[in-house]
Ligand binder design. Structure first.
Ligand SMILES: [Zn+2]
Length: 178
């Protein structure tokens, strides 16, 4: 008898048919099947909503890989996009990665990076193992980000979890008091 297992990842992919090429028989083997825990489902939903909002007629987009790497969300994708859509999707992915960096991968509560026997993971205090990974003073939630996918145009930005926004900052003065 077939075992019926509920999987948020498959429901999530089915909810975004324009972004995933789902294999009908084995959806868990499809490209983009999230290889991360449920705490990041919220960050992924926000990401998909932003991408769907950015896509125009003629644009195509498909997730190739969604996974946890070094404690952060990592997203690979394949697309044919206008320059404007590419810029907006780059912003959406930067926001999702920044959100993963301060959200527990297990439960979704506010968290931070921990290091445990050489493994990095973003966790809340309850789900943490090991020690908090050191952060340069003043650089909490500051990220070095690519402005446009496929270019070398980088910038520093501070992520605000409450408003789900990134604000560009100076690397010399990340609090803006310069
Ligand atoms: Zn947690």
């Amino acid at each position: 008898m077939a075992r019926i297992v509920s999987d948020w990842r498959i429901d999530f992919m089915r909810a975004h048919p324009r972004l995933f090429d789902l294999m009908t028989d084995e959806p868990e083997r499809s490209f983009g099947y999230p290889l991360c825990d449920a705490g990041w489902h919220d960050a992924l939903e926000r990401l998909c909503a932003r991408i769907e909002d950015a896509l125009r007629d003629g644009d195509t987009f498909e997730f190739v890989r969604i996974k946890q790497k070094f404690g952060l969300l990592r997203v690979d994708w394949d697309a044919e996009l206008s320059d404007e859509t590419r810029l907006r999707i780059g912003e959406a992915i930067n926001l999702a990665v920044a959100r993963s960096a301060c959200s527990c991968e297990i439960c979704g509560a506010e968290g931070r990076l921990y290091s445990h026997r050489g493994w990095l993971a973003t966790r809340c205090a309850e789900h943490a193992a090991g020690d908090p990974a050191p952060v340069r003073p003043g650089f909490e939630n500051v990220h070095f980000l690519r402005r446009t996918p496929g270019t070398a145009n980088m910038y520093y930005a501070r992520y605000d979890r409450a408003t789900d926004t990134l604000t560009e900052v100076s690397p010399r003065s990340p609090h803006g008091e310069e």
